[in-house]
Design a protein. Structure first.
Length: 152
């Protein structure tokens, strides 16, 4: 279509408005349609930058998580879970204790007044492997005890 044909169509639709105004209106309408569709398809939720005490909603998705006994105010220790890149800051700079789970300590339940990790122990008779690599059973208090070897 040449410029004169376009002008005839535009004059036929409206006598008021220039070619520039009509093109702007068409492009604006198309942009509004596309923008509205994008807004409808947007996911709910924020951008990962929480201003409060969020629980695991940060940008550390897919990274190994570590739990520490942390003293934020220098008085009371509480367990916090952070992504592995934050280990250096919490362990080296703050002196926080890394809480390590194993077969007989299955969950961190809190921190002592001194900052030591407190655990939920696996039930007694849960199979485990001692630090020496020997098969054993949990004692119900968080320790793996080697299975006694029966002598013949």
């Amino acid at each position: 279509m040449d410029g004169q044909g376009f002008d005839r169509i535009v004059r036929g639709l409206t006598s008021a408005g220039s070619r520039r105004q009509i093109v702007g209106g068409v492009l604006g309408g198309a942009a509004a349609l596309l923008g509205g569709a994008a807004a409808l398809e947007a996911k709910r939720g924020g951008n990962g930058k929480s201003r409060g005490k969020a629980k695991g909603r940060g940008k550390a998705k897919g990274q190994t998580k570590l739990t520490f006994c942390h003293s934020g105010n220098g008085k009371k220790y509480t367990p916090i879970t952070v992504a592995s890149p934050a280990q250096k800051a919490h362990h080296d700079k703050h002196g926080d204790e890394l809480c390590t789970l194993d077969e007989c300590n299955v969950a961190v339940t809190g921190c002592s007044d001194e900052g030591a990790c407190e655990y939920e122990a696996a039930s007694a008779e849960t199979e485990c492997t001692t630090e020496d690599g020997v098969a054993g059973f949990c004692d119900g208090a968080g320790t793996c005890v080697a299975t006694p070897v029966e002598e013949e």
